[in-house]
Write a protein that binds this ligand. Sequence first.
Ligand SMILES: N[C@@H](CCC(=O)N[C@@H](CS)C(=O)NCC(=O)O)C(=O)O
Length: 225
Amino acid sequence: MYPYSETKISLYNSKICPYAQRVAIALEEAKISHENFEIDLSNKPEWFEEVNPASKVPTMRLPTGEIIVESFLMIEYIAEQYPESKLMPESPLDKYKVRFFVEYFGTKVIPLMFKLIHAYKDETVKAEAYSEIVEELRVVNKKLLENSDTGPFFFGKDFTIADIATITFVERLEMALEITNLEIKSVSGLERYNVWKSTIMAKPSYISSLATREELMESYKKFMK
Ligand SMILES: N[C@@H](CCC(=O)N[C@@H](CS)C(=O)NCC(=O)O)C(=O)O
């Protein structure tokens, strides 16, 4: 039998994983007391397959024994199970906007991060990836502005799963840029994005759920050949 809490939610987590960080932030923001089980992804415990046959983090076990997987569905569950957290807006249209923004980020921005770190030694691909990243982040900036011109969050003053599901990849994207000696700090057209990003990154739930720079760097090495 694998380790779990009898009374609280058990979170099988890895601080280096951007998907798992989504769930850790959501639990913290919703003030859900839970027990954290840190999984070493390079040396997973044998019992982990009993919890989740796919052997992936994040995985959550409810005190009832129910197992919940897939980070975006998990944070939707947390938001809906604990509505007082206000992590999910109420109207169907706003819910649609959350899902649209997250989908956009997942299909347009995240793949570019992988493109950059997989092929950073090829100067042509690197330059191409960089200009595509700038272009897509400007679209993100525009989407943030369209939704709330004052911010700082996607829904203005309300911090929601639209922010949680996307910000964890921003850290990794910017790290990929740094490692490949590229930077976007002085790029124009990202003003709203920069405020959004730095406000979330200063939140205690974000800081406490993130691995150290060294741990993140170590996890990147396997992608960079
Ligand atoms: N679609 C999944 C992705 C989860 C995922 O890929 N997690 C990675 C770590 S970031 C993992 O556990 N991989 C298994 C492994 O490294 O063996 C989710 O959103 O939860």
